[in-house]
Design a protein around this ligand. Structure first.
Ligand SMILES: C[S@@+](CC[C@H](N)C(=O)[O-])C[C@H]1O[C@@H](n2cnc3c(N)ncnc32)[C@H](O)[C@@H]1O
Length: 264
């Protein structure tokens, strides 16, 4: 029987959970988290929902600046690890709950800010979770999507996503910056911020986190080396740092405001 996508996601993140907090990964970098937090206009009275929060890296970085955070995710092992890390760090205003992004277990209009980081590229149909994020956000509240993005050129984006899927089969599709913003607008948001930054990724650490199969590793390294030496058009922008193979990811923060209630 063909495995469904959610099973693939849960299998992948059950495996990643124990290493998801490792220092030196781009996703745990305090500097990158600080960059994200500063673009979310946090205030002490806010109630925040972190969707597909994993171990709550972003939610835990947000928590000291707001009233409370709910971190929701499909993978129980990620939530357990997040709870453990929050306890260890003495963060008391974050709650970890199991739930699906496509059917958030919350009423309409309850959160002041709804965020999701590095999850869009794991969804089969990102429109559905984004519609849910907008539903649970209060009128005039904000919805923020943070993700790695693909090139705007369709062929380049397909090549980029092919390599990402070879590395981790739970990757569906990273979208281009314009496509993410279009999705937010289609969900009824007014996009008020879109900022990006380039991030240098260590290829071996990237493989290790996802436990990429040895054969796939070899193929990806071969293709990146061909990009590096000019034998193939450069999509992933590989480079060497002290003989270590690296490549460049681009991360986007897109923030939208949910329309207010019209009063007579
Ligand atoms: C790459 S991790 C990102 C975790 C966290 N947001 C972060 O930035 O550190 C992707 C997370 O999305 C979760 N996920 C993927 N699809 C989901 C879905 N449909 N509903 C809820 N969680 C989902 C996975 O369980 C995993 O924890």
């Amino acid at each position: 029987m063909k495995e469904n996508h959610l099973d693939i996601v849960k299998k992948q993140f059950r495996r990643q959970a124990p290493r998801f907090g490792d220092k030196g990964l781009t996703l745990t970098s305090p500097e990158h988290l600080e960059w994200m937090v500063t673009h979310l206009d946090l205030q002490p009275h806010l109630g925040v929902l972190d969707v597909a929060a994993g171990t709550g890296h972003l939610g835990r970085a947000i928590a000291p600046h707001v009233k409370r955070v709910v971190a929701v995710d499909a993978t129980a092992e990620m939530l357990i690890e997040g709870r453990r890390q929050a306890e260890q760090d003495g963060i008391e205003n974050i709650l970890f709950e199991e739930g699906l992004a496509e059917g958030l277990p919350y009423p309409n209009d309850v959160f002041d800010l709804v965020v999701s980081r590095f999850a869009i590229h794991h969804f089969e149909d990102p429109g559905a979770p984004i519609a849910e994020m907008v539903r649970v956000c209060r009128p005039n509240g904000k919805v923020a999507v943070i993700d790695l993005i693909a090139p705007e050129d369709e062929a380049a984006a397909a090549a980029h996503n092919r390599l990402e899927r070879m590395r981790d089969s739970s990757h569906t599709r990273a979208l281009a910056a314009s496509a993410i913003q279009r999705l937010l607008r289609q969900a009824g948001l007014d996009v008020v911020r879109a900022v990006s930054r380039e991030v240098h990724v260590d290829v071996d650490r990237w493989f290790d986190l996802a436990e990429t199969e040895p054969e796939m590793r070899r193929t990806i390294v071969e293709e990146l080396t061909q990009e590096l030496t000019g034998l193939r058009t450069s999509i992933m922008r590989p480079f060497l740092r002290d003989d270590q193979l690296m490549f460049v990811q681009t991360w986007l923060i897109a923030v939208g405001v949910k329309g207010g209630v019209t009063r007579c």
